[in-house]
Unconditional design. Structure first.
Length: 220
């Protein structure tokens, strides 16, 4: 099963708990570690998470963006051993080359350390946008000499692999926010008011039960 999550609500969680925004992002990273550990128990073999959109870099304050970058670096370093121990392979999606060099080095080290892991693939979207991913896929197809741009061709050049079976959005919003735009055409969607730092096994179980109750028709 391919599960995708829009990790939304870190800032609101911090505000609700009268804490600094940076602590919201820190607890969001802890929630990701928690859910990653639980995924194999619920039959998930690919987990794709929306960690940082291209819009976040433009629309959020410089201080908050720096807080997010610090959280990423700390998480990449502190959870490396845990991910290897849980046999989790990390892939990074998005325009990583546009991020600060220390971010690039931290995530590259994480990817290298986990490259031989086989139990779960964790795909982390950084400086990512679904529309951008589609345009890049089309450009790759053209650069590789494809004579005709078809759905099959675009799918072949999309970076994030198989289409997600289920997309979860915590935080009370009801939109996908430019996440997996091409791949989500037939995904089941699950929305919850629970803010991401509070997302736990009970919430994951509810989402999986919702998915299992659905009769997937794929347009038929």
């Amino acid at each position: 099963m391919h599960l995708a999550i829009i990790m939304d609500g870190n800032r609101r969680w911090a505000k609700r708990n009268m804490l600094a925004t940076a602590l919201g992002h820190n607890n969001g990273a802890k929630a990701l570690a928690r859910i990653t550990e639980l995924c194999p128990k619920y039959g998930v073999d690919v987990l794709t998470v929306y960690a940082l959109s291209g819009e976040n870099l433009i629309k959020r304050s410089e201080n908050e963006v720096n807080d997010i970058f610090r959280t990423m670096i700390e998480a990449a370093r502190s959870y490396k051993r845990q991910l290897v121990g849980e046999n989790v392979r990390v892939r990074i999606l998005g325009r990583i080359s546009k991020l600060p060099i220390d971010i690039q080095e931290s995530v590259a080290a994480l990817v290298e350390s986990t490259k031989n892991c086989t139990k779960l693939v964790l795909q982390i979207c950084l400086n990512y946008g679904g529309r951008s991913e589609i345009t890049q896929a089309v450009q790759k197809a053209i650069d590789n000499g494809e004579k005709e741009i078809t759905e099959e061709v675009i799918t072949r050049y999309i970076d994030s692999g198989p289409e997600p079976d289920l997309i979860i959005r915590p935080g009370g919003e009801f939109r996908l926010s430019n996440f997996l735009t091409w791949q989500s055409a037939y995904s089941e969607l699950y929305f919850t008011d629970k803010l991401w730092p509070d997302f736990d096994e009970e919430e994951l179980k509810k989402a999986i039960e919702f998915y299992n109750s659905r009769q997937r028709r794929f347009g038929k």
